[in-house]
Write a protein that binds this ligand. Structure first.
Ligand code: FE2
Length: 231
């Protein structure tokens, strides 16, 4: 794979192996993440953290028999590609300190829509032959600030016709809500450092619907912090 020819980190390889990712998909997912790491190390690392958390979250859901209409596989794809659209954001803005981000809120709010367009292949493969279309993750990227987070965007969604069935859209919406838990936690605890673990969990629960609140409650009950990762 041209200039993306660098192996993924060990944890990612382990996840890909355990989920049975095909060679083409592991190359593509890592390729999109690697591009983001090169474009903005800060946001590339965030993407990796969220993928890591989504794997742990999927593991917890599986092991505890929690019913959610989303597989661990979908969570890892969705989490690992949710912010792909930041590839189209100005890298100087992305690398600015956390507290400056409000000055560029309009540009930053483009990224879910850009994740969608990039991952459905609207802009091709950006010159990297091994990057693939990831249609389901495109929806998760589009929705991840739409249904859970307090400041919801994009206000207007593009028309979601073919190839998406109503069932796929619903499933991706559920996945995006779970990805948003990891995304918000990672941003608050690891990226900005504004909140500690307990405060972040409270914020998640305050903004969650009943399904995610039950999940968070169960995690606390079992003493399991799926968000604890090597930052
Ligand atoms: Fe985002």
């Amino acid at each position: 794979m041209d200039d993306l020819d660098e192996p993924p980190p060990d944890n990612l390889r382990k996840y890909f192996d355990s989920l049975g990712f095909s060679e083409a998909n592991r190359t593509s997912v890592w390729g999109w993440i690697k591009l983001l790491l090169d474009h903005s190390p800060t946001h590339g690392r965030h993407e990796l953290r969220v993928l890591d958390m989504c794997y742990n979250l999927g593991d917890f859901i599986e092991k505890n028999g929690v019913y959610v209409p989303v597989s661990k596989n979908e969570l890892v794809y969705g989490g690992g590609l949710h912010d792909t659209g930041k590839l189209l954001s100005d890298r100087r803005i992305l690398e600015e300190p956390w507290d400056s981000r409000d000055q560029h809120i309009g540009e930053m709010r483009q990224h879910p829509l850009n994740s969608y367009y990039l991952l459905i292949g609207k802009y091709g493969n950006l010159g990297h032959q091994d990057l693939r279309v990831h249609a389901y993750s495109a929806l998760v990227g589009l929705f991840h600030h739409k249904f859970h987070q307090r400041d919801r965007y994009p206000k207007k969604l593009p028309r979601l016709g073919t190839p998406f069935s109503a069932g796929t859209i619903k499933r991706a919406e559920s996945c995006s809500r779970l990805v948003a838990l990891a995304d918000i936690y990672a941003a608050a605890v690891y990226r900005s450092g504004n909140l500690d673990h307990e405060e972040a969990l409270k914020m998640l629960a305050d903004n969650a619907d009943s399904c995610e609140r039950d999940l968070l409650w169960l995690m606390q009950l079992r003493g399991c912090n799926v968000f604890r990762i090597a930052a």
